[in-house]
Design a protein around this ligand. Structure first.
Ligand code: ADP
Ligand code: CDP
Length: 297
């Protein structure tokens, strides 16, 4: 099935305007391992927001393409990959355990100690949560994400998800907003959320940290993963840093929707912040902006 972009775009605009005016939209962009997704998920948990991991959608399409031996650099494969992006059912499910805390200004995120929220990713019904984080996917995702047709398809799905008019299970746009949970807002993270996907977001944050700090975080994460899966694997820090810098370059320099701070985004350097400090800062900024805009959270 090929989507009618013009039609779905109109739908998105219509429902954004009519039904979702009062839902807070938080856009978080930044380079790899800057801390976007962990802070976005924890902030979503505290604020009772829906969380949308736009990068996971590019990763899922990359997995689908690699499974079919399609290459983003081969012209004849490019339209097939866009077709895959359109026809694949990509379902994101973030589990908040424990359930969201009641929102008060005095609960710091450090009080959430038990399990951290995590996002399960399903591709055509199959749980691919871990597979999409493999080095093979990580090293190929930027190439797929620089494809204009793939972006068109995913951006429409991402906008529709944020507006509640995309049914992930059916892979269909809905003419009426779907009654899901009743979140007070949406937080989406990625590379072009503030610039392209949600240009009218109520608050935009561009998170970054030095490449060395980010590579150290990824390195620890990979070590932890191999330890928990009991895989004995040597992880080379220099290789992690090199891969991360290569992906940064591709994301910052691509022609279509490059990674860029939106003009109205706030800059957050997380190099010397803990995850808890990042979450607390973001929640504080959301509450302040909601108050200014008379949005009831
Ligand atoms: N401020 C921080 N200090 C230390 N580790 C962090 C910080 N922010 C995130 N992390 C860790 O770094 C890794 C990458 O963070 P993640 O949120 O996945 O980044 P991104 O979504 O930007 O790629 C994760 O293991 C996360 O727990
Ligand atoms: N909105 C987005 C999100 C991700 N992406 C692409 O998808 C890749 C993976 O995104 P991600 O958020 O999962 O990556 P990490 O920051 O977690 O490493 C990025 O390197 C980008 O190339 C994008 O182009 N646009």
């Amino acid at each position: 099935m090929i989507f009618n972009f013009a039609k779905s775009n109109n739908l998105t605009k219509k429902f954004d305007k009519v039904f979702y005016r009062n839902l807070f939209q938080l856009a978080i962009d930044g380079p790899a391992a800057s801390g976007k997704s962990s802070t976005a998920r924890m902030a979503a948990q505290q604020l009772n927001f829906e969380y949308i991991d736009s990068g996971a959608m590019y990763r899922a399409v990359t997995l689908a393409a690699l499974r079919q031996n399609l290459s983003p650099t081969l012209l004849e494969d490019v339209s097939k990959i866009a077709q895959l992006a359109a026809t694949s059912h990509i379902h994101l499910h973030t589990t908040f355990d424990p359930p969201p805390l009641p929102l008060t200004h005095s609960i710091p995120s450090s009080s959430i100690t038990s399990s951290l929220p995590q996002t399960l990713v399903y591709l055509n019904g199959e749980d691919v949560t871990y597979e999409i984080r493999s080095p093979e996917i990580t090293n190929n995702v930027s190439g797929i994400a620089s494809n204009l047709d793939v972006r068109k398809v995913l951006v429409e799905k991402q906008r529709a998800l944020a507006s509640g008019i995309y049914d992930e299970n059916q892979n269909k746009f809905s003419p009426t907003p779907l009654i899901k949970k009743s979140p007070k807002g949406t937080v989406m993270d990625g590379r072009d959320v503030g610039t392209v996907i949600l240009p009218n977001a109520d608050l935009k944050i561009f998170v970054t940290a030095s490449a060395k700090v980010r590579a150290t975080r990824r390195f620890k994460e990979l070590q932890q993963q191999s330890y928990s899966k009991r895989i004995s694997q040597i992880i080379d820090f220099n290789k992690v840093l090199e891969d991360l810098e290569k992906r940064d370059k591709s994301d910052y320099e691509r022609k279509i929707s490059p990674l860029k701070k939106a003009n109205d985004a706030l800059f957050l350097d997380s190099s010397h912040m803990s995850v808890t400090e990042q979450v607390d800062k973001i929640v504080e900024l959301v509450l302040k902006r909601a108050k200014e805009k008379n949005i009831d959270l």
